[in-house]
Design a protein around this ligand. Structure first.
Ligand SMILES: O=C(O)CCC(=O)C(=O)O
Length: 247
């Protein structure tokens, strides 16, 4: 596969996100989804009560289902292989410059029949980098992500605007969001991604995802890359420097 074309780079610069299909094979995706499910079973079995609010899906009452897990590329070799994929890294370098460094990664489960929404936010508010242009999120679709199962929505062009104030709802310090009074000024457009494809987004791009109304999972792995000069100078949450991986 060739890295990104000039047209794709222009689109990314203008709207702040870019969808690229077929980066990974079905076989790659089967390996990581099998690993994700095995890991989820292990983690659910030993989850501390104090971590439940952070990791367990509150919208599904019948059984415990994970909402997310942190650091898949640090903890799981199958996910590390995705993050180190040469084509992917070449694309990341085209978008943000040389020496890609993954500061954090997340595995989102968005379970069938109620996996809950992620409210409107900007990743650069979470990470607080020294240079807002230096961070890109690589969101890998482990299942076909569509409107019915909760794909991402983006505010086109918001990458060219500022990082806005965020607030956290009571009891959910991890769920930083842009309040409705501000968010409603932005039109949010769905960005479906086929399994094995990637949605890249700029750290300033406003985005959100809705509930999973379908009977299919919508699993995704998000990897937050900076370049060799990125420093998280004023991050809002605590990010562990021990999990940072340079490629
Ligand atoms: O997958 C989701 O629903 C949210 C992902 C997200 O906010 C991100 O990757 O920055």
């Amino acid at each position: 596969m060739i890295p990104l074309t000039q047209d794709q780079l222009r689109t990314y610069g203008e709207v702040g996100h870019l969808t690229v299909g077929s980066v990974f094979s079905d076989r790659d995706m089967q390996a990581v989804t099998d690993d994700a499910e095995a890991w989820a079973r292990q983690e659910l079995a030993k989850l501390a009560p104090s971590d439940r609010a952070w990791y367990v899906e509150t919208a599904i009452k019948e059984q415990d289902v994970l909402r997310k897990l942190d650091n898949p590329i640090y903890l799981r070799p199958a996910f590390r292989a995705l993050a180190a994929n040469k084509t992917l890294l070449a694309m990341v370098e085209q978008l943000i410059g040389p020496d890609p460094t993954a500061f954090f990664s997340q595995l989102f489960f968005k379970a069938p029949g109620g996996g809950g929404p992620k409210p409107v936010h900007q990743d650069n508010f979470y990470f607080g980098p020294n240079d807002n242009e230096s961070m890109v999120t690589v969101w890998i679709a482990l299942d076909d992500a569509e409107v019915s199962n909760g794909c991402l929505y983006y505010a086109d062009g918001s990458n060219q605007g500022p990082v806005l104030p965020h607030t956290a709802p009571e009891g959910q310090p991890f769920n930083l969001l842009i309040v409705d009074d501000i968010a409603r000024d932005y039109e949010m457009t769905p960005a479906p991604v086929p399994r094995g494809g990637i949605s890249f987004h700029h750290g300033n791009t406003l985005h959100q995802s809705a509930d999973n109304h379908s009977d299919r999972p919508r699993r995704a792995c998000a990897i937050h890359y900076g370049n060799g000069r990125t420093e998280l100078l004023h991050s809002t949450l605590t990010y562990d420097p021990a999990v940072v991986i340079s490629f």
